[in-house]
Design a protein around this ligand. Sequence first.
Ligand SMILES: Nc1ncnc2c1ncn2[C@@H]1O[C@H](COP(=O)(O)OP(=O)(O)OP(=O)(O)O)[C@@H](O)[C@H]1O
Length: 329
Amino acid sequence: MPQIEVTNLRKSFFISEKSEGLKGALKGLFSGKKREIHALNGISFSIGKGEMIGYIGPNGAGKSTTIKILSGILTPDSGKCLIEGRTPWKERVAHVSGIGVVFGQRTQLWWDLAVGESFKLLKAVYRIPDETYNSNVAELTELLKLAPLLSVPVRQLSLGQRMRCEIAASLLHSPPILFLDEPTIGLDALSKLAIREFIRRINRERGVTVILTTHDMDDIEALCSRVLVIGEGKIYLDGTIEDLRRKLTNRRRLLIETEESRKLSHHKAKVLSVKGNRWELEFDPESISPAELVRELMDSYAVKDIYLENVPIDEIIAQLYKEVGEVSP
Ligand SMILES: Nc1ncnc2c1ncn2[C@@H]1O[C@H](COP(=O)(O)OP(=O)(O)OP(=O)(O)O)[C@@H](O)[C@H]1O
């Protein structure tokens, strides 16, 4: 049986209609005119224990709404969701002991308390036994390098430091499932790598199921074996990154550096860019194999260096988001 089973979830919001300007805003406030937004339009998926899922989609697609329903914060209008046999919004107390949640844009820590004090409060909130708490704090402190931060008030932490503490806080009660909503937003490259490495580790070593929403495709490529793409409140694709690539493009790129200033061309490849003697070509591997293309180019030009690559995932996702469209409020 899947650990998470979501069937036909729907959720709408009503927002006040308003015209432009202050006058329009005030008029909208009092006119009572409302417009319905279908944030989730009947989504279904199931997730097995220990999976690491990337949940992606354009702004306003319904990602955070899904995570809020899965964590019991929001109640859907209709549909089913069973997580380890529980319905999140009906059995909230039992449910929160089995999940960890991190919202990158919000904190679950107490702003004026030192991090260590926040952890102790969470211990009380979740009724974590001493032994579990002590061993988790020790392990998380070591893995996320929290020792110098435990005595610092949360409001004095940098974003990257706070995010490490947020992730530790979400795991203090050893939940088997972790929801991460944009955990690397605004972080520098080094902090992102540290957080990624940690997520990979708890997934591998503790078998924690991870659902990760992010706009950072490097996060997804580095971590997720499976992606769920949501657009206009519906699941648009459920598969591997390779499935995503294949569905949207089969084109490949070749970077080639020559030792001559002659213009480079090939009838089965399109030149995307030129910088000095460095050429970026795009081709369809069904019309010419990479080996054949390389051989033909090497026969015709003095080639210094050559590098084959896929179309970058960011470009693929940008193309995908154009297809699924942004949900405008
Ligand atoms: N509390 C709310 N009241 C009214 N509308 C809402 C509310 N929460 C979400 N929405 C609307 O529902 C839609 C889905 O929002 P949601 O936050 O789930 O999107 P998202 O995929 O997480 O987007 P982003 O990538 O921008 O964070 C949007 O159109 C949003 O404006």
